[in-house]
Design a protein around this ligand. Sequence first.
Ligand code: NDP
Length: 330
Amino acid sequence: MGSFKALQVSEDGQGHFASRIVERAIDELPAGEVLIRVRYSSLNYKDALSASGNRGVTRQYPHTPGIDAAGVVEASSVAELKAGDEVIVTGYDLGMNTAGGFGQYIRVPAAWVIKRPQGLSLRDSMILGTAGLTAALCVEKLERAGLEPGAAPVLVTGATGGVGSIAVALLARLGYTVAAMTGKAEQGELLRRLGASQIVERSVLQAGTEKALLKEQWGGAVDTVGGEILFNVVKSLQRGASVACCGLTAGTQFSASVLPFILRGVNLLGVDSVEIPLVEKASMWDKLSLQWRLPHLDELAEEIDLQQLPGAIERILAGQQVGRVLVRLD
Ligand code: NDP
């Protein structure tokens, strides 16, 4: 069998990790029922953690990250998937300890593979990627907890990032009033174009950590950053409102009090897009391709190739990413 190009992350033995483009043999890919020729992948924060040696994400190196992949089935040993089918794979172990979408081929279990929904091209699906799936799961969870258009503004933290920017666009598309929290004051114009009607500086949500409650403001929130900011969001939710928590760029720990929960009846909702059952992922992809389809998807992402990935990984690690990064595997 042939060879293909992939970004490979290696350790130099002294705790330093470096990425380079290598030729790999298809035979070296892990065992699996479906061999996929990857057309597009995307860059997520978790990929940057994997590429920088985070052992919580990837245990063994050399390794090819890429938790997202969209492409064409080249060979399959299951009846439901045939050569030529266009498919999407996100999450599970892809790009963590299984060679991921930053290579031109992946081989994975059939249980990870979704057929591309008709309303999205392979390229569209990777503009959204895990970030889009996660943003959509957050919005769905908030709506199940009672969020409706017409509520007070819905806050999105880390708003210029991948998950954040899609959450802003999706909430605005669904008729919500959106407040966008960002550390990048200069990106206010972009956030307004995506649909935010209010820009909140990150420093506002970093203050007041010593208080048990803050002014009730938000009808709901999508939090992509975690840390103390998350709990300040909890403290400033309106009575009965909910925050969907999905990220950790500001930290994994926060100091909490029961008061917002027992005095205002607010809810903290956890969101995982990685290990949920495939049927739930497929149903969310269908929604993103139809009733939740975002107009102007192209404006949400910049497109790069494998050579440009190391620079993009540095940017995302430094919290400098704006919007989504689509990776073309030609
Ligand atoms: P990005 O890097 O694209 O976005 C993160 C954004 O967070 C940044 O753009 C920045 O936005 C903000 N930010 C960065 N550093 C800090 C900081 N120190 N303090 C506060 N805000 C900060 O990442 P993704 O969108 O790919 O992922 C966002 C988070 O969601 C990550 O933690 C990721 O691991 C998690 N995630 C979880 C998933 C799940 O299934 N639960 C799935 C996908 C992602 P700004 O400058 O606008 O404030």
